[in-house]
Write a protein that binds this ligand. Structure first.
Ligand code: MN
Length: 327
């Protein structure tokens, strides 16, 4: 079993533009010795917008809530809509609106300009809004790849059943946004091995997930309370699991003489607790599992740019100031 290293979540929220009220649950710029980019690689940043109610915006056509034109370079932005709708348009011609359960996967690569707003329909009606934005690093070999945009609609995501370890009953489902679940391949094309699974549990029981033991692993609890590896966790928490290198110290001795055959997996147990008779049935439990093979390269990042060296970062700022971006 992959052990839990720490449970995060006590971050102050802040506004991104006037549309996204988010907690940054991790950021590659953080220098916490126990939770920095080494522990999250290839994921650079996670902004979690917990459910927030927006009033209807009377100026939804001319002044939509969100963030206007801004640049990115050297990584990918992945946005998941949990509630509400987000529209996106970029300088490479990518455009799309995502609704609950949909995902936008934008590859900034060698440079892009984009805007992120509440959709006109959502701006007009208002209501609950909740989302996640992840920054996924690109390896140096693909940092300057052509910009690309993938809209992944909920209906296009492969869905797998999560079954109870004891009786085999289905207790939940996982949408495989990216990566591999047994024989099921996720919808997104990625540059490095990544698992991104949008998980919902609806009935009491325990189910076990398998993730590659070479991956960094995190879980965001988006809704409800549950046990992960028998530890109680609740909505808004980010579960940081021990890094592969933490566990290598123990396993190397045994692994040294073994042939490297099939990849080894670690298990993570999710338990949706049984209720006593007088307790109310809880709502659905929703989780986002993130795991990824560490890229293991140096990172030089500032603001919306993430390169490998300070020289590349300086050049990127020069290019941006010269107006050479997104062309
Ligand atoms: Mn952006």
């Amino acid at each position: 079993m992959r052990s839990i290293k720490h449970i995060h979540g006590d971050k102050e929220p802040h506004w991104v533009g006037d549309g996204f009220y988010v907690k940054t649950l991790f950021n590659h710029l953080d220098d916490d010795p126990d939770f920095n980019y080494r522990h999250t690689d290839p994921f650079l940043l996670l902004d979690y917008g917990q459910p927030t109610n927006f009033a209807p915006n009377p100026n939804y056509k001319t002044q939509p809530h969100g963030v206007g034109q801004h640049p990115h370079k050297g990584f990918e932005t992945v946005t998941l809509a949990y509630a509400g709708e987000i529209s996106h348009a970029d300088s490479a011609g990518g455009y799309g609106v995502i609704q609950e359960g949909d995902v936008q996967w934008m590859t900034a690569g060698r440079g892009i300009m984009h805007e992120e707003f509440h959709s006109p329909a959502f701006g007009q009606r208002g209501g609950p809004f909740s989302m996640v934005q992840l920054w996924v690093n690109l390896p140096s070999a693909h940092k300057l790849t052509e910009p690309k945009y993938q809209t992944l609609k909920r209906d296009d995501l492969p869905i797998v059943n999560l079954t109870d370890n004891e009786n085999g009953n289905e207790i939940g489902k996982a949408a495989i946004i990216a990566g591999e679940w047994q024989d099921t391949t996720g919808a997104a094309s990625t540059f490095t091995p990544i698992n991104m699974w949008d998980i919902a549990l609806h009935s009491a029981g325990s189910t076990t997930l398998q993730v590659p033991n070479s991956h960094n692993v995190m879980i965001l609890v988006q809704e409800g309370t549950l046990l992960i590896n028998d530890t109680p966790v609740s909505a808004g928490s980010l579960i940081q699991f021990a890094t592969p290198s933490d566990t290598d110290l123990d396993s190397d001795i045994n692994a040294a003489n073994e042939p490297s055959a099939t990849p080894v997996s670690d298990s993570i147990k999710l338990t949706y607790p049984k209720l006593s008779d007088d307790e109310q049935a809880p709502s659905t439990v929703k989780l986002l599992l993130l795991s990824g093979e560490p890229i293991g390269e140096p990172v030089a990042g500032y603001g919306p740019f993430v390169m490998n060296t300070q020289a590349e970062l300086k050049q990127t700022f020069r290019d941006y100031q010269m107006g050479n971006f997104g062309k």
